[in-house]
Ligand binder design. Structure first.
Ligand code: IPD
Ligand code: CA
Ligand code: CA
Ligand code: CA
Length: 257
């Protein structure tokens, strides 16, 4: 039942996004330069929330563009109607709908769908993770020296000691490839699928990672905060990896390598 709602909500958001493919759409700025939102973000969000509201009117919702609804419930849907809005606004097909479902504060279900690549990632706690219905697993890479990593950058807070630029420079100066796709939800799913060996980012919101971190864990990976403590998507920083090289990656990020 909950999984059906999740998949219907993903499909409703994807249909809203497809309606605009090849069309023009309005783009606005939120606070800060290039912090964009398009009318498609709002259309996708509205379509997703309509499905959830119809199926579970008493459930709580937290969604990027419209915030929290006023329901108090053990269930809370955490929605990013388009993760990778800057890519979307530039017609770069690396963006996704991300929906996670918490029960009593614990993530129990998550799905991330990139409608341009037709890749649907789904995870249910304790049941593994799939890509288009096929089980997926994290990579087996053992050393950061041989890893392919991915990261993202916030709009502010770049220059702190051990902040995003310093950590990025540390890897790049030592020849470790670090990609930047522009969608944290996809970054996480690509760790889950074994394409990347690790992902870190200093400042994320719950809707960026809610579904993706469960997908990584269910694909056999590990997710912690930037200090190695258990991950809480309502706190800012994250390291996700195949688990094998997690401790070493953590040391690199802390500047202990
Ligand atoms: C952004 C993406 C990006 C990350 C930013 C997020 P949005 O989400 O996930 O990869 O680096 O921090 O804000 O705004 O495109 O939904
Ligand atoms: Ca996002
Ligand atoms: Ca978004
Ligand atoms: Ca945004």
């Amino acid at each position: 039942m909950l999984k059906n709602t999740l998949l219907q909500a993903i499909e409703a958001g994807a249909a809203a996004i497809r309606r605009y493919t090849g069309e023009t759409f309005t783009i606005s700025n939120k606070e800060g330069i290039n912090n964009l939102v398009t009318e498609v973000d709002h259309a996708s969000e509205e379509a997703i929330m309509a499905v959830i509201r119809a199926a579970h009117p008493d459930h709580a919702i937290l969604s990027e563009e419209s915030g929290a609804n006023d329901q108090t419930s053990p269930y809370r849907w955490i929605i990013d109607p388009i993760d990778g809005t800057v890519n979307f606004a530039h017609h770069i097909p690396i963006c996704a709908i991300s929906i996670g479902l918490e029960h009593e504060g614990k993530m129990i279900l998550g799905a991330v769908y990139n409608p341009f690549m037709n890749e649907l990632y789904v995870a249910e706690r304790g049941q593994g993770a799939t890509l288009n219905g096929e089980p997926i697993h994290v990579s087996k890479k053992e050393k950061v020296a041989n890893a392919c990593l991915v990261t993202g950058f916030p709009y502010t807070y770049l220059d702190e000691p051990n902040g995003p630029l310093q950590v990025f420079e540390r890897f790049i100066r030592r020849g470790i490839p670090v990609r930047r796709l522009g969608s944290a939800a996809i970054d996480l799913c690509w760790v889950a699928a074994g394409r990347f060996d690790g992902f870190y980012e200093h400042k994320l919101q719950a809707w960026d990672s809610a579904a993706g971190y469960l997908i990584v864990e269910e694909a056999g990976g590990k997710v912690t905060n930037l200090h190695g403590a258990p991950y809480d998507p309502h706190q800012p920083g994250l390291i996700a990896s195949n688990g094998i090289l997690h401790d070493e990656l953590l040391q690199w990020i802390k500047g202990e390598q």
